[in-house]
Design a protein around this ligand. Structure first.
Ligand code: GDG
Length: 472
């Protein structure tokens, strides 16, 4: 790369790398193959790209380093900042508030102070690395103050922001004691991206009502005449890569093995989520348990595999949820299971992507029932793996994905009877109906993939940025 400046930057809470220990005891880094990294890799390479983010370990200062053609710029976080900025304000205040307050958000002034301090540090690092006129793309709810902080330090930059989680209705957002600061923070960006049009509309309405700024459709005019645009960019997956993974002979073999290990059931239901109270895991397990108890599902023929990836384990609400799910699964298996035949197999663990693809390929019915979700990539990954146009997707109408995936068996996860009826329909529906739905879903997922998401955001950012430069 030969330079320590970049003309394209991503700023995100985490760097896309995992620490690996080499046999000689030394430490190295491996890029983690998330969707965002994959989508941005070509952009990164074409533009001397840099990624600014925390590297995952507390109390550790690291110099910028290069990995896989990307300049990685670590931002240090202390143990206390992880507790207050990350676990506290990000995940116990903003996360529940933005997800329809399905858990009560906690408001603590010290958490806010840490959030401001850490956002400033991210903004300073980004400002130091960005070349004159560079494009900077800030990601997600942990960094909502960065656009404005960066704008103040570096008015020459093109600044984009994308929110991966829902933007709440104005009535809920107003609870936040620091609501004005957050809106102003976001308005530092030229382009503010949301998962669905409703999020962008909520934001623009809030700007008009609270800050009394002039708005017109998706555009906000700030007092200094600068324009910020708010639009929806539904995120997606690298559908082709996921599909290729699922077709690999070793993954297919593993898929058959999974079914065999589960006793070769006639039907396999699957749930895959981070263990999070927004995902509606309890609702779907309860629904399945009742279907078995009522004799509508025969546990000799049908099993449910639920994978819950450990997440935010030091946050109280997450500890509580883990216990509740343990108890619920234990009760259903205890009441309704027979030797060697538990109706539900529950795994609290994370797996390599190959194993995820093997599970998707093995499942006849995928159950995705969040109470609120920005998008939900699991639904799209499942569909990308269904080459035979078989299988069925049960999908909550409260996910961003439901807006595009109309042909799924859509459900309201709060309505347990409705959920049971839809799960049963997905199990028993005629193969021709399932194939018709799956074909349509696959068309959507393959057409609107992650590359299209990234390029449409970046093209629009370029356009609004150029309009701004022209106006100055
Ligand atoms: C946020 C928003 C939005 C899960 N367990 C394992 C594993 N995963 C992967 C899945 C999928 C991803 O994690 C989860 O993405 P989701 O979209 O389902 O949910 P969130 O984590 O809540 O993501 C969400 C997303 O951001 C993107 O904008 O869609 O609404 O909440 O890709 O496959 N991957 C591996 N092992 C696991 O055990 N390898």
């Amino acid at each position: 790369m030969g330079t320590d400046k970049a003309s394209f930057l991503v700023v995100a809470n985490r760097l896309p790398v995992d620490r690996v220990e080499l046999p000689d005891g030394s430490v190295s880094w491996r890029t983690s193959p998330g969707g965002l990294v994959t989508a941005l890799e070509p952009v990164m390479r074409a533009h001397e790209g840099a990624w600014v983010g925390w590297h995952g370990a507390p109390d550790e200062e690291l110099e910028p380093f290069e990995e896989g053609g990307i300049l990685l710029v670590p931002v240090p976080l202390s143990e206390g900042e992880i507790a207050e900025y990350y676990e506290g304000f990000s995940n116990a205040t903003l996360w529940p508030l933005y997800h329809d307050v399905v858990a009560p958000p906690e408001f603590h002034r010290e958490w806010w102070d840490a959030y401001v301090k850490v956002n400033r540090r991210f903004a300073e690092r980004a400002a130091a690395v960005a070349d004159e006129g560079a494009t900077v793309w800030v990601q997600d709810y942990q960094l909502q103050l960065v656009p404005q902080m960066l704008r103040e330090a570096r008015p020459d930059l093109k600044i984009g922001f994308f929110l991966h989680i829902p933007f709440p209705p104005t009535e809920l957002f107003q609870q936040l004691p620091w609501r004005t600061e957050i809106i102003k923070g976001l308005l530092g960006a030229d382009l503010i991206g949301f998962q669905v049009p409703g999020g962008a509309q909520n934001f623009v309405r809030l700007v008009r009502q609270r800050l009394k700024m002039e708005t017109s459709r998706d555009r906000v005019t700030l007092p200094n005449g600068r324009v910020a645009t708010a639009r929806a960019y539904p995120i997606s997956i690298d559908a082709k890569a996921f599909n290729e993974l699922a077709r690999r002979p070793d993954v297919q073999a593993r898929s058959a093995e999974i079914r065999a290990d589960l006793g070769n059931p006639k039907t396999l239901f699957l749930g895959v989520d981070r263990l999070d109270y927004t995902k509606g895991i309890k609702q779907r397990i309860r629904a399945f348990g009742e279907l078995v108890a009522e004799g509508r599902i025969d546990p000799e023929e049908t099993v449910f595999l639920q994978v819950a990836t450990p997440s935010r384990e030091r946050v109280d609400q997450y500890k509580l949820l883990r216990d509740e799910i343990d108890q619920l699964v234990g009760r259903i298996n205890g009441d309704l299971g027979t030797i060697g035949n538990p109706p539900i197999t529950y795994l609290h663990a994370s797996f390599p992507r190959e194993e995820m693809a093997a599970m998707y390929a093995a499942a006849d019915v995928m159950v995705v029932t969040p109470l609120r979700d920005g998008m939900n990539l699991v639904a799209k990954e499942y569909v990308a793996c269904r080459d035979g146009n078989n299988g069925a997707l049960v999908l909550s109408e409260f996910t961003g994905a439901a807006k595009e995936m109309r042909q799924a068996y859509q459900v309201n996860p709060y309505d347990i009877n409705g959920l049971k009826a839809s799960m049963e329909l997905a199990l028993r529906d005629a193969a021709s109906n399932k194939a018709r739905r799956m074909r349509a879903l696959r068309k959507t997922v393959f057409e609107r993939d992650i590359n299209r998401w990234a390029s449409s955001f970046l093209n629009d950012l370029d356009e609004v940025g150029r309009a701004r430069d022209g106006a100055v």
